[in-house]
Ligand binder design. Structure first.
Ligand code: ADP
Ligand code: MG
Length: 565
């Protein structure tokens, strides 16, 4: 195919524009992004070659290479990984990852002209486009492993790019940046300076599992026989390639963990919490997990792959399909490195593997207990966690019966006690000694529930009621669970009537007074209600509908009706 000029997809162009013109201060991070992509490409090739023995690819010396040319002012980041086909290039580089597109358009619109902050960019992780922070022209030559023809892509970041066929491209991808002038005032360093590159790799990419090489000139001192000192080119490996997850927590700095987290998750935020786990015994494995401090854009996308990468003895196996965590913990990012799995285990086998299931059980417990710890000891971080992931975490109340109690305890719920959500432990602590149940009411929103006449009596008596407005709340409460030996009782159902405490005589007298009215009401409403009775649950309203103790709540009824049952 001949040379073609393409336009970037609209969102991609907007993003590029942002990158090129933004004041984003950390220009250095382009290198981390490119190295991270190369590392992913090498992982993918390694895996492909394990899965497909027919693949004609060279996997003998997988590595990343930096080549700087001070005179030409170029820097090339190259890898001999999986590479891209022409279609891949147009698909992957010309468009913004599909899942994020809609949200991104919205965020860009909200930010308005020039309003895009560093933080906003941070949420997207600009990846490959970050090259345009430091380069005014980017050239990519790539050839997909197993294919013969390569592709050359080039753009100045102005809305269009060109693609050409290349006959003799090496396997993998080489990205050459024509660097903007060095401008240290604005944090654009000299990216042709080996010392600068060395420092950046050390800072951001030290843990990358593949060697990152760079040719360096070294002066070899004169030998004993009186020869002249000579200048030689040698290859230096810039990164230590140490797997962070294999180290104990006190050997790794918070900054190193954070960089690794960003590499792994493609997020740009700081992790809220780092969990390191070294399991010994029957199944040996190491896990390093992170709770993010921000929800990724595609949090609610079902097709979203899990956040845990599976390694086997340091070899990347998959970031998808191993089912290392249940769906409701899909926000967790990290690595699991198992010692005793086969390297070319298939996706199907992985899911049935006994070891994987044992690991999963342990990881789930560990994540929940970490959330519990945040709740107990770090209220602010817990609040951050809850804002971003609470509704997802609560899906566990419906989907993970084994850990129901633990998830329940680590969750918080809206309450009539105040604006802030409460844990159940706190609710119970505030309960009067003689209240043996936990009162709740479900609805579509806090506001809607608060308007309900069902709450009147409880409010008047100062009895705390949980206000549950997430869709999952309908489901788990309908299973009539207990917490700390106390049953959950809906204030919208018969049993929660506050009448029981009234003296018998009182009731009798009152009943007599209203007998006729009740009889009449029962007759008139016979087709619609089971029973009409006096109640003390209301203070202002004249009447309200309540469900039978064992009946469905109106919301659950709606849910079932909507699903055609
Ligand atoms: P992300 O890495 O978050 O997916 P990027 O913008 O960094 O986003 O890269 C977009 C896509 O382009 C990658 O997902 C990958 O498929 C492809 N890509 C980028 N760099 C390389 C590379 N060096 N080798 C192979 N594919 C690459
Ligand atoms: Mg990337």
């Amino acid at each position: 195919m001949s040379s073609q000029v393409h336009e970037f997809q609209a969102e991609a162009r907007q993003l590029l524009d942002l990158v090129v013109h933004s004041i984003y201060s950390n220009k250095d991070s382009f290198l981390r992004e490119l190295i991270s992509n190369s590392s992913d490409a090498l992982d993918k090739l390694r895996l492909e070659s394990l899965r497909d023995s027919e693949l004609e690819a060279d996997v003998a010396d997988l590595h990343i290479r930096l080549t700087a040319d001070a005179d030409a002012r170029t820097l090339t980041v190259a890898d001999n990984g999986i590479g891209m086909s022409r279609e891949d290039v147009i698909d992957l580089i010309g468009t913004v990852a599909k899942s994020g597109t809609a949200k991104m358009r919205q965020a860009l619109a909200e930010a308005g002209e020039g309003g895009a902050s560093e933080e906003l960019i941070g949420q997207f992780g600009i990846g490959f486009y970050s090259a345009f922070m430091v380069a005014d022209r980017v050239t990519m030559v790539t050839r997909k492993a197993g294919e013969t023809v390569g592709t050359r892509w080039e753009s100045t970041g102005d809305g269009t790019y060109t693609v050409d066929d290349v006959a003799d491209a090496p396997q993998g991808t080489a990205i050459t940046l024509s660097l903007k002038p060095t401008d240290t005032d604005n944090a654009v360093h000299d990216y042709t300076d080996p010392q600068v590159l060395r420092g950046l790799v050390k800072r951001y990419s030290d843990f990358i599992a593949w060697p990152i090489r760079m040719a360096e000139t070294v002066t070899v001192p004169a030998d004993e026989e009186g020869g002249e000192p000579t200048v030689e080119q040698t290859d230096a490996t810039l990164n230590s390639q140490k797997a962070l997850w294999a180290k104990s927590k006190d050997e790794v700095s918070a900054a190193e963990y954070a960089d690794f987290y960003r590499h792994l998750s493609h997020n740009w935020d700081e992790p809220l919490e780092t969990i390191s786990l070294h399991a010994e015994g029957t199944f040996e494995y190491q896990a390093l997990m992170f709770l993010p401090s921000q929800a990724p854009l595609d949090m609610f996308a079902r097709e979203r792959s899990g956040g845990l990468h599976l390694y086997v003895r340091r070899v990347f196996i998959t970031d998808d399909g191993a089912d290392l965590l249940p769906e409701y913990l899909r926000f967790v990012q990290g690595v699991v490195d198992a010692n005793d799995l086969s390297l070319n285990v298939s996706r199907e086998l992985l899911q049935q593997d006994r070891q994987i299931r044992a690991i999963r059980r342990r990881l789930v417990k560990k994540v929940i207990s970490t959330v519990q710890e945040l709740q107990d000891r770090r209220p602010e971080d817990y609040a951050t966690f809850w804002t971003h992931f609470g509704p997802v975490f609560k899906e566990g109340l419906v989907n993970d019966p084994d850990n129901f109690q633990a998830v329940l305890k680590a969750s918080v719920f809206g309450t009539t006690h105040g604006e802030e959500p409460t844990s159940l432990a706190d609710y119970v602590e505030r309960c009067p000694a003689d209240q043996q149940v936990i009162y709740y009411m479900t609805g579509e929103s806090r506001q809607q529930i608060e308007r309900s006449p069902h709450l009147e009596g409880f409010r008047a008596k100062g009895i705390e009621v949980l206000l549950l407005s997430d869709p999952v709340d309908e489901l788990w409460t309908s299973a009539m669970p207990e917490f700390d030996g106390r049953r959950f009782v809906s204030v919208a159902k018969g049993e929660a009537a506050l009448d029981d405490d009234a003296a018998e005589t009182d009731t009798a007298e009152r009943d007599a007074e209203f007998t006729e009215l009740l009889a009449w009401l029962t007759e008139v409403l016979a087709a619609d209600v089971m029973q009409t009775r006096l109640t003390k649950r209301l203070t202002d309203s004249a009447a309200c509908l309540v469900g039978d103790t064992f009946s469905m709540s109106p919301q659950l009824e709606k849910l079932y009706r909507a699903s055609g049952q």
